[in-house]
Design a protein around this ligand. Structure first.
Ligand SMILES: Nc1nc2c(ncn2[C@@H]2O[C@H](COP(=O)(O)OP(=O)(O)O)[C@@H](O)[C@H]2O)c(=O)[nH]1
Ligand SMILES: [Mg+2]
Length: 263
């Protein structure tokens, strides 16, 4: 089976962190590893209204790696949030006919090898059996997961809350690596209400709630020091956003718009 995927990289003022990921992406594409596993992967950096100088650095870096059209850049005219940036990338990917749409964070927390792992997982699954596969940061033998302890515990409390509140046996709702089929994205893209940190969690929950089959794939993760998220304010906002989202999903279910809602 071959996979034609677009991987969106949301980027907000990422001049300092994105060049490293771009170098890894370039090495990956040139290594022949994707082709060896019948993966045809393109990348789309979505700049989310970064400062002009930050944007220029990213733009220059993408030109420097000389991987157009495999690595492209688009820019949103104002800052709208991580979710809005991924969404813009997904819409582009749908219009361009990609079979799989995914995203990964710009900060190299997810090594490119782990994107490969998830795409490979989708490639060997029985055709049509999965609507997506997401990375999961499980500390376990055979995986190398390095996280800041505070972020780990805040994250675990949050993910457990989401799992219980939405009655879904998902371990890691917040991982910065998720890939879905184009059909699943098309069916659920309009459901999320958030535009920032919980957009992708909402998209995932909308899919699970409608009965889509998504698998978690344990990946390596190496956290970099900084985060654009605040430890206290953002998790509280995220809980609040998700509480409201539960009602939205319930209403949607009652209206009978689940997985059968094919346009
Ligand atoms: N589009 C957009 N992306 C953002 C924004 N803030 C952070 N990001 C992106 O979201 C991803 C994760 O951000 P990061 O700072 O690593 O947060 P973390 O999830 O706490 O590690 C990165 O690709 C960032 O560039 C924002 O305001 N807008
Ligand atoms: Mg990060």
């Amino acid at each position: 089976l071959s996979i034609h995927a677009l991987v969106v990289i949301p980027a907000y003022n990422e001049a300092a962190r994105l060049p490293r990921l771009l170098a890894d992406v370039a090495a990956y594409l040139r290594s022949g590893a994707p082709a060896a596993d019948s993966l045809d992967v393109d990348f789309l950096v979505v700049d989310d209204g970064s400062r002009q100088d930050e944007f220029e650095v990213v733009k220059a870096e993408i030109e420097r790696v000389q991987l157009v059209p495999a690595v492209r850049l688009i820019r949103l005219d104002r800052n709208q949030g991580k979710g809005a940036a991924i969404r813009a990338g997904f819409e582009r990917g749908l219009a361009e006919g990609y079979d799989f749409l995914g995203f990964m964070d710009a900060d190299s927390s997810v090594p490119v090898s782990q994107l490969h792992r998830v795409l490979e997982y989708l490639a060997v699954a029985a055709p049509g059996s999965l609507s997506g596969a997401i990375g999961s940061r499980m500390r376990m033998l055979g995986r190398d997961v390095r996280r800041n302890p505070v972020r780990h515990y805040v994250g675990r409390v949050f993910a457990t809350f989401v799992s219980v509140a939405f009655r879904q046996p998902v371990y890691d709702t917040q991982c910065g690596l998720k890939v879905f089929t184009r059909e699943a994205v098309r069916r659920h893209l309009s459901v999320p209400t958030d535009t920032r940190w919980v957009w992708d969690t909402q998209l995932l929950l909308a899919m699970l709630d409608a009965g889509e089959c998504i698998h978690e794939v344990p990946i390596d993760w190496r956290e970099t020091g900084h985060s654009k998220m605040s430890f206290l304010r953002d998790p509280l906002t995220m809980v609040w956003r998700l509480a409201g989202f539960r009602r939205r999903l319930r209403a949607r279910r009652q209206a009978g718009q689940g997985i059968e809602d094919r346009v």
